[in-house]
Ligand binder design. Structure first.
Ligand code: C2E
Ligand code: CA
Ligand code: CA
Length: 423
């Protein structure tokens, strides 16, 4: 019988019957590797969609090399493969096969001439050890894959522990989806203050969610989950409209407020963020506030031409662009000249150190100078002491934000805060 060296395209239902057939035909154990190449495909698609398709075809061909006569390989999604191997009797063999698949991925990247490396995720489960039929086997391999994604590992072999981590994540996803539909979120606002005058200039809107058990879940925990379940745009829309509606009610401080809203990295290139922003502004924009969108430095570093175009269009609508967490992403100097930003926000980790040594202080001072040369205003975030504030004043840092001035406050308190500090 000839070797089966062909890629079988299938969908979720067909996969079940395919795997079921193999389990019946093959004597002994069958191991399913679900190989997720989404990360690489996404990076390649940013520069050119065709590159991503070429890579996936190439990766599929290379994966066939791990297949023997009894084995099968399925293309089960845009960038996901199922590799069904027979006769893998031990965990060591499963690990070796996973390592081999990872190496093949490296070969595919190299053959494409791409100058990056990125991870694939593999979930592994075996029949009859982990499941006694095809549906169970696919389900367990998917759980292992989720676990690999959750732990940031190249591969995970199914176990009860991985199942429990993943079920916690799936519960969080369900709870979050329900909370988004039921609008269970609130915004808090952290004031931004002019370093020289000590007067407020505006605030950053920060999302708050208290779950059904009354536990406050941190935004850096639930925002990535909202991205995973495809509901991040709903949250962004909520934050934009709420911030515009609520800030319109804030007291007169003698000038327009600057209201900052955080944008999740991936939404800049993957979604129609301009439409969300422009429709929010046209419906809810008011005379007393200017909008700034904060985008992390790391996401800007990955930015493609398309992202820059999107940011430029937002700028053209009169929206400010702030580079958040600046200093954590290793920007090169040349990056300053093209970036369509208006503000640079120095990451808290730098502010924490400015009083420690001349070197740390010089570093922040240089960032401020450089930003000013490129017409960017500078915000220092996470200012916790009067000494830090004084040092930042000496360095000509324009604005400050941090617990020393105020933590983020609910809407009914931020108005009072502004009224008290406007003089
Ligand atoms: P971020 O944008 O860097 O926001 C600053 C975080 O630092 C906030 O935490 C804020 O409460 C905290 N912070 C402010 N001043 C101080 C200080 O002096 N000391 C200390 N230790 N912390 C301070 P929070 O609200 O938990 O937000 C964490 C992250 O979650 C944010 O980091 C942002 O990346 C994300 N996030 C929050 N709200 C949103 C949102 O509406 N949309 C998106 N996409 N992300 C959001
Ligand atoms: Ca921010
Ligand atoms: Ca930040």
């Amino acid at each position: 019988m000839p070797l089966v060296r062909e890629l079988i395209k299938t969908d979720a239902e067909n996969l079940e019957s395919e795997v079921s057939n193999r389990i019946e035909k093959v004597s002994g154990s069958v191991t399913l590797f679900i190989v997720d190449m989404r990360e690489i495909s996404r990076i390649l698609a940013r520069s050119e969609q065709a590159k991503s398709s070429r890579f996936l075809n190439l990766a599929g061909k290379l994966l066939l090399e791990v297949c023997g006569e009894q084995d099968r390989i399925y293309r089960i999604g845009d960038s996901t493969f199922g590799v069904l191997l027979t006769g893998i009797e031990s965990i060591v063999h499963q690990q070796m096969a996973a390592e081999k698949i990872s190496r093949l991925k490296n070969d595919a990247i190299r053959e494409m001439g791409a100058a990056f490396n990125s991870n694939i995720r593999i979930g592994i489960a075996s029949y009859p050890e982990d499941a006694n039929n095809a549906i169970g086997l696919i389900h367990k391999a998917r759980i292992a894959l989720e676990s690999a994604q959750l732990l940031g590992k190249n591969y995970v072999i199914y176990s009860k522990n991985s199942a429990s981590d993943v079920s916690t994540k799936w519960n969080l996803q369900e709870e979050l989806a329900a909370a988004i539909l039921a609008n269970k979120f609130r915004l808090h606002y952290q004031p931004k203050v002019d370093t020289k005058t000590g007067r407020p200039i505006g605030a950053e809107a920060l999302l708050r969610w208290t779950n059904e058990e009354g536990v406050a879940v941190r935004p850096d925990v639930f925002i990535p989950v909202a991205c995973d379940i495809g509901l991040i745009n709903e949250l962004t829309r909520y934050v934009l409209t709420t911030a515009l509606i609520e800030s319109a009610q804030w007291p007169d401080i003698g000038h327009r407020y600057n209201v900052s809203v955080n944008l999740e990295a991936n939404t800049v290139h993957e979604t129609d963020i301009q439409n969300i922003v422009s429709s929010s502004l046209s419906i809810f924009g008011s005379d007393n506030c200017d909008l700034t969108l904060e985008i992390t430095e790391t996401s800007l570093l990955e930015a493609s031409k398309q992202n820059f175009r999107c940011l430029n269009e937002l700028r053209a609508m009169g929206v400010g662009i702030s580079i958040d967490d600046f200093g954590t992403g290793y920007s090169s100097f040349s990056y300053f000249k093209d970036i369509p930003a208006t503000e640079l926000k120095i990451d808290k980790s730098f502010i924490d150190k400015i009083l420690d040594s001349d070197k740390d202080r010089n570093l922040v001072e240089t960032i401020v100078m450089l930003a000013h040369r490129f017409d960017l205003s500078v915000v220092a975030e996470g200012v916790e002491t009067a000494d830090q504030l004084e040092a930042l004043k000496q360095m000509n840092c324009d604005y400050v934000q941090g617990y020393y001035l105020s933590k983020a406050l609910p809407n009914n308190e931020i108005g009072e805060w502004f009224a008290k500090h406007r003089a």
